[in-house]
Write a protein that binds this ligand. Structure first.
Ligand SMILES: [Zn+2]
Length: 209
């Protein structure tokens, strides 16, 4: 469990000395005097302002944190802060900031993942189109008789590339499900290059391993 941290300035802004004293049942006169928390007395000689107090009897002065230390019997500032925050419903900064940060990262990751999947789908459809073209050529330019000596170049191309495209399609399907960042980047890059005809998909796919 992370150690709780409180913003002292935030606490001072949100809890006034008057509020804190009243929460302990101390009454404050019309002129702003209360019984001192630093020494014991019958009549109030501690002047109370919103952000600090000063005692005309014992000459102690302090802010809301000093008051809290006395009233809660806290050992130190950290403990007084913790108790003040608990009593006045103020969240620890570490908690709120950490949660907000975690939520922000989660949102960003989800966005990135969606983008990856969209890109994969785009290349997937391009691959499908390429696959159909090759399949059509394979039928259209197939040798009409077993004695045909020269294979049509488009028929040869389709033989060479259909298996590669099938492999790429399969990889895209997996990647769309998994959407792991590094693999998607690599795959998108390879497929793009392959579709541009600049590189052979099969020759370079071991690079990522
Ligand atoms: Zn006093």
């Amino acid at each position: 469990m992370p150690r709780e941290r409180f913003d002292i300035e935030e606490v001072k802004r949100r809890v006034s000395c008057t509020e804190l004293l009243r929460s302990f049942g101390h009454s404050i006169s019309d002129k702003g005097f209360a019984k001192c928390v630093f020494h014991s007395e019958k009549t109030g000689s501690m002047r109370v302002w919103e952000d600090h107090v000063y005692c005309f009897g014992c000459h102690e002065r302090g802010d809301v944190i000093d008051l809290a230390k006395e009233l809660y019997g806290a050992h130190d500032t950290a403990e007084a802060l913790r108790m003040l925050c608990g009593a006045f419903g103020i969240c620890a900064v570490s908690d709120t900031n950490e949660l907000a940060e975690r939520a922000r990262i989660a949102r960003q990751k989800a966005r990135e993942r969606t983008n990856r999947i969209e890109k994969l789908k785009t290349v997937y459809y391009k691959l499908i189109a390429e696959y159909r073209r090759l399949e059509m050529n394979r039928e259209r330019y197939a040798p009409r008789s077993p004695t045909e000596s020269e294979l049509h170049p488009l028929f040869r191309e389709s033989l060479n590339r259909l298996a590669v495209i099938e492999d790429a399609l399969q990889r895209c399907e997996w990647a769309i499900i998994d959407a792991e960042r590094k693999y998607c980047q690599w795959l998108l890059c390879r497929v793009a290059k392959y579709l541009n005809g600049s590189t052979d998909f099969t020759e370079t796919r071991k690079e990522s391993r």
